[in-house]
Design a protein around this ligand. Sequence first.
Ligand SMILES: Nc1ncnc2c1ncn2[C@@H]1O[C@H](COP(=O)(O)OP(=O)(O)OP(=O)(O)O)[C@@H](O)[C@H]1O
Ligand SMILES: [Mg+2]
Length: 516
Amino acid sequence: MSAPAQSIELSPDKLFARNDRQIEAWKQSLRHRFLLYGGAAGGGKSFFLRWWCVFYLMVLFKFFQVRKAQVILACEDYPTLKDRQISRIQAEFPKSLGNLCLGETRDFTLADKYGGGRILLRNLDDPSKYLSSEFAGVAVEELTRNQEQTFHDLRLRMRWPGVQRPGFAGATNPGGKGHAWVKKYWIDRKFPAEMQALAKEFFFVQAKAADNPFLTQNYYEDLKTLPGPMQSAYLEGRWDLFVGQYFDVFTAARHVAKWRGDELVCPRTGSTYRINHSRVGDKWFAENWPKWVSLDWGFKDPSVVHWHATAPDGKHITYREWAVDGVTPRMLAEGIVERSVDSERRAERIQQFFISPDAFADREGQSTIAEQLRDVACRGNRFPSPAAASDDRVGGWMLLYQLLQGDEWLIAENCETLISSLPTLVRDEKNVEDCADSSVDHAPDSARYGMYSRFGPVRQSAEVRAAKAVEHVKDPTERAIVLEKFHEQERKKNQPVPLGSRHGGGRRWRPGQGGK
Ligand SMILES: Nc1ncnc2c1ncn2[C@@H]1O[C@H](COP(=O)(O)OP(=O)(O)OP(=O)(O)O)[C@@H](O)[C@H]1O
Ligand SMILES: [Mg+2]
C-alpha cells in the first residue's frame, strides 16, 4: 500500500490503546511490503497482527475502494492459531466490527461499513494447499516456526484485483526452525540475487517487553528470572542469542580471529598465528602446519569450501572460505586448487580433502561428483584425493561445540558465511542432539565435515584427559612423570608434518615462502 500514514483517519490509536511500537509497526507496514515485528515476549506482537489484518482491509476499502478483499492470518498449525489468535478475536473484536465464523470456513468478516473484507484463519501445515488461492495481504504469527519455503509459497499467492502492492506482516519471537532465514532477510538484510529488487521492501521493527504498557510489572520481573538464552530471547528479543540455539557458546569476541598483516590474532589471548609463513625468529615453520580442506557440495545450493590448519599450540584454525553456487564439479575443483595458495601464489601443502558423502553417490553422466572433483584436483598430484567425510551429524556438531567451548577452534574473519550462519543453527525439536536443517547450514556442514573427519568423535579437552591419566596416581613424583609423558605425546600429535611426507606429493615447498 502506498497511502501516506499521516493521511489515514483510521489511525490505530483510535482503535487500540497506545503502544508506540505497535503504531510504528503499523506505519512501517504502509511503507514496506514485508514487515516483521519481532523480538521479546509480551511486546504486543500477536495483538498487533490481528489488528493489522483489520486495518489493512479497512484501508483497502477506504483509500482504494477495494471491497470484500481477503487476507490470511496464519499459524504453523490449528491448535496454536486457536490459542494465539482465534480465542483473542472472540474476546477482543467488538460485535460492531464484524462477524466471526468458526464453521466450515474459519474466518472473520468485517461489517459492510468497513468494506466487508475477510480475515481467513488458517494453518500452514501444508502451504501448497493454497496453490490456487489469492490473498490481498498475508499475516503470519510466529514466523520463525516456519520453513523458508512456506514464506515463498505464500508470497506467490499475494495478489488481489485492485491491490497494487499486497502486504505481508510477520510477528515472531527469535528461535525456532525458521530463525536463520528470517534473520537473514529482516535482520542481516542478505538477499539472493533474484530477491535484490525486493530488498528495500523488507522492514524490521524490534519488539521489547518494555514496549507494552499492558504487561504487569510482575510479568516483566518474571522474565528477568529466566535462564540465560531464554532471557536474551524473551526479555531482550535478541537475535544473536536465543532459545534452541545450538552454538550458544559461539561469540565473535571469543572465536573470530582478525588478520593483522600476515598474522591471525586470537581475540581472547592475543596469540598470533602465521598460517603461511616460513619462519618467524625461532618459531615454527608455519608452512609445515597440518592443513586440510573440507567441502559441502551443492549445485543449486551453494558449495562451501573451508581450509583448516592446526597450529603448534594445538589450536585449530579455519582460515579461508569459498562459497559459490552454480559451478560444475570440475570448475569447483579447479577453483579449490587455485585458491590453495599463499598470498604470493605458492602452493599450500594440503594433507587431506574431505567432501560431503553425497558427492560420492550423486552422478552426473558416467561419473560421480567426487570422481569429477578428483579428476581435476588430483591432476599432476597437486591435491590429495577426496575422501568421503563422516556424516555422523550428532557426533560432528558435538565436536564443533566442544572445540568452541574449549577455545580450541578459531575462525578467521574472512570466513563470513560460517561466522554468520553458525550462531543461527537451532536444535532439531525431534532430536535435540542434532541441528535442524536450515537453508544456511552449508558452511557449518563443511566445517563439521572438516573437523569431524579429521579428529573423529568428541574428545575431551587436554586438561580433562591429563587429569584422567593421573587420577589413580598418588605419588607426586610418579604423577609428574605421567603428566610429562602425557604432554609429550600431545606435543607430538601437534607436530608439523615432516618435509617431504606430504600426502599425495605435489608441489615442493621452498624455504623463505609465506603469506596467507
Ligand atoms: N495495544 C494494546 N492494547 C491492549 N492490550 C494489549 C495491546 N497490546 C498488547 N496487549 C495485551 O498485552 C498482552 C501481550 O500481548 P501479545 O500477546 O500480543 O504479546 P506478544 O508479543 O505476542 O507475546 P509473545 O511473545 O508471548 O507471543 C496480551 O494480553 C495483549 O492482549
Ligand atoms: Mg505472541
